[in-house]
Design a protein around this ligand. Structure first.
Ligand code: NAD
Length: 338
């Protein structure tokens, strides 16, 4: 039973799936920044000033200054599993709950990582361009030779929800050997998938494909840079669906130019949406515009999870996906729900 007494206001910082909007509109007054480009900072401050809850996208920078200017906010619900766009410690200090959307996009992101692995190793984009440009005149035995998966090593960096979803597909569906690295070994996973826990340098040296699934943290910024590319096999591929700054993009361009690795396929960029100089000139890379979770099902569910978090907070219930659970006690003490 929904116990909210007052009709609160929610500001949604971009067009989102109707599923989440419909849920919000049943219980709150909703305003939406209905544009394709991000809301300018000034507008965001203006809208936030009159909202009780914010529904944000990863393009919105919710920093300490913004949070201090909007102490009245009851929640910032981020429409993403990553929350590196939000100063969570500052929000906790002010008693503002921050939520994310974990779980509902695991399969979609793992499928995108797998799609990128297939596309780069079998040279799908190059081959498509070749056919379209009228160059295909006869079958050739050496045309677009690529790499296969069966019996090859897949190195997973960050064995969390998405890393495990990809590992499952690669081990069971493709017959790959799984190597992984993570601060916390997962022995049950190892037994189940015959996987091997190794440190990052060993993973880089032995993997035929390296797929990144870590959050962006100070400790993961430039986790893969020139030194790490030098450790990888010249036949290896790098897949990044995590966050752009996990990879030193200039070092990636150099590694691909010098063929230190065979190729890369990336969905995220260091200074999104800008690209490092030279990236688009390379033929051994595939680039997608941060769409790893972009399936109808995943995005609908993400919008529902974020909307439900907002409604939970408005009705005094602890939302399921609090980024920092410690905020809840503070929130209740500071803001009795009307
Ligand atoms: P998760 O928290 O379940 O997993 C992250 C894992 O990384 C954890 O197991 C953690 O212990 C591990 N880790 C942390 N630091 C590490 C390090 N230095 N080395 C190795 N492992 C480390 O998160 P998740 O739901 O699997 O999502 C992972 C990330 O994927 C998110 O933080 C987000 O940034 C990104 N993501 C991107 C998209 C996209 O559209 N491209 C979509 C969803 C998520």
């Amino acid at each position: 039973m929904f116990k909210q007494k007052k009709k609160y206001s929610v500001f949604v910082t971009r067009a989102i799936p109707e599923a989440g909007l419909q849920l919000l509109r049943k219980h709150a007054n909703v305003r939406v920044w209905n544009q394709t480009s991000p809301i300018p900072g000034k507008e965001l401050y203006r809208e936030a000033a009159r909202a009780d809850g914010l529904f944000t996208l990863l393009t919105e920078k919710i920093d300490k200054k913004f949070l201090r200017a909007n102490k009245h906010l009851k929640i910032v619900a981020n429409y993403a599993v990553g929350f590196d766009n939000i100063d969570v410690p500052a929000a906790t200090a002010l008693g503002i709950p921050v939520t994310n959307t974990p779980g509902v996009l695991n399969e979609a992101v793992a499928e995108h990582a797998l799609t990128l692995m297939c596309a780069i190793s079998r040279r799908i984009v190059e081959a498509d361009r070749y056919v379209r440009s009228g160059k295909y005149h006869s079958w050739q035995s050496m045309l677009f030779l690529g790499a296969d998966f069966f019996g090859k090593n897949l190195g997973i960096v960050g064995l969390g929800r998405i890393g495990i979803s990809l590992a499952r597909r690669a081990a069971q569906g493709l017959g790959m050997k799984i190597l992984y690295t993570d601060p916390r070994p997962n022995r049950e996973f190892e037994r189940h998938y015959d996987a091997e826990f190794v440190k990052l340098p060993e993973l880089l040296r032995r993997s035929d494909f390296v797929s990144l699934h870590v959050p962006l943290l100070p400790s993961t910024r430039h986790l893969i840079s020139a030194k790490q590319f030098a450790m990888m096999k010249p036949t290896a591929y790098l897949i990044n669906t995590s966050r752009g700054p996990v990879v030193d993009e200039k070092a990636l361009v150099r590694a691909l130019k010098k063929r230190l690795i065979a190729g890369a396929a990336i969905d995220v960029f260091e200074k999104e949406p800008r690209l490092a100089p030279g990236l688009t000139k390379l033929d051994n890379i595939i680039l997608t515009p941060h769409i790893a979770s972009a399936t109808v099902t995943a995005r609908d569910n993400m919008s529902l999870v974020a909307a439900q978090s907002i409604l939970d907070v408005f009705s005094g219930h602890r939302p399921k996906s609090l980024v920092d659970p410690a905020v809840w006690r503070k929130f209740l003490a500071a803001r009795p729900v009307s």
